[in-house]
Design a protein around this ligand. Structure first.
Ligand code: G3P
Ligand code: CA
Length: 270
């Protein structure tokens, strides 16, 4: 397909790549904005892909560190707050992806889809296990995109304390699943009666754990404690506990085995 969805302020507006071709002609290769019947448009700016959860902060962990778990590398790759780009839309379920929209777009809201690895582009919608979006135009408050948000809340080891220095938690509207199923998705310990680590119905940013490691996004939940490494993804370059077992794009999601859904381990979703 020749039509890449990159910006929401592109020269051309259409509802599909087919419409782009029909209206603007096949020679108009380039960047297009796709819109829905109601005029709401969404642009894929990033994907966080786990290629091997057993390799801790090695090649492929672009949203944490590809150079190991190291307190002297507190920001890790720094990709949450820089202009580096990588990957392609088509391969966003096979590899990490980040395009110029991540730092260049002036957006209001955010939508998140959890899509199993290797799902082809055209099946993302049906294959997704969870989909949701925000509706409060929260990005206006944080610079209009994730680049500015994460420059304000650096994803960096040792920048603050759990809970008190966390970034914002924004209420979400579910397109698929709900608050309760979101909580069930993460390891049983995260919703234990004594720990009560998560509240469903939010997307949260720059959550810090008990050991002062920073994570980037807690998808579907708001942290209520400091065990965020089991339900928040991405991070800086150092996770003290279990060194290096919690370092990686999916942090400590496999702490009690991969996909076991025991202890702190999340359901499998590859
Ligand atoms: O991150 C989990 C750790 O802090 C506690 O692990 O095995 O004592 O439940 P565990
Ligand atoms: Ca912990």
């Amino acid at each position: 397909s020749f039509c890449k969805i990159i910006r929401n302020r592109a020269q051309f507006i259409a509802r599909s790549c087919k419409e782009v071709r029909d209206v603007y002609g096949p020679s108009e290769d380039g960047l297009y904005s796709l819109t829905t019947a109601t005029g709401v448009d969404w642009t894929l700016v990033a994907s966080v892909h786990e290629d091997n959860i057993y390799w801790k902060c090695t090649i492929g962990d672009r949203w944490t560190s590809q150079q190991g778990n190291n307190a002297n590398w507190p920001k890790g790759e720094g990709n949450w707050a820089n202009r580096k780009t990588f990957g392609t839309v088509e391969a966003a379920t096979d590899d990490d992806f980040k395009n110029p929209g991540y730092y260049d777009i002036d957006a209001e809201d955010m939508s998140v889809w959890h899509v199993p690895n290797k799902t082809p582009f055209y099946h993302w919608n049906l294959a997704a296990i969870m989909r949701y979006h925000t509706e409060r135009r929260f990005l206006h408050l944080y610079g209009g995109n994730l680049y500015y948000l994460f420059n304000r809340y650096p994803v960096e080891y040792n920048v603050g304390n759990h809970l008190s220095d966390n970034g914002p938690s924004i209420p979400i509207v579910y397109d698929l699943w709900d608050k309760e199923s979101t909580k069930m998705f993460y390891g049983p310990n995260t919703r234990g009666e004594t720990r009560g680590e998560t509240e469903g119905g939010f997307v949260s940013f720059r959550a810090i754990n008990y050991e002062r490691a920073a994570t980037a996004i807690c998808s579907g939940v708001k942290p209520k404690g400091g065990e965020v490494e089991h339900y928040c993804i991405g991070g800086g370059g150092f996770f003290l506990e279990g060194n290096p077992l919690q370092c990686g794009d999916f942090t400590g999601f496999a702490w009690n085995g991969y996909g076991t859904h025991e202890g702190w381990s999340a359901f499998i979703f590859h």
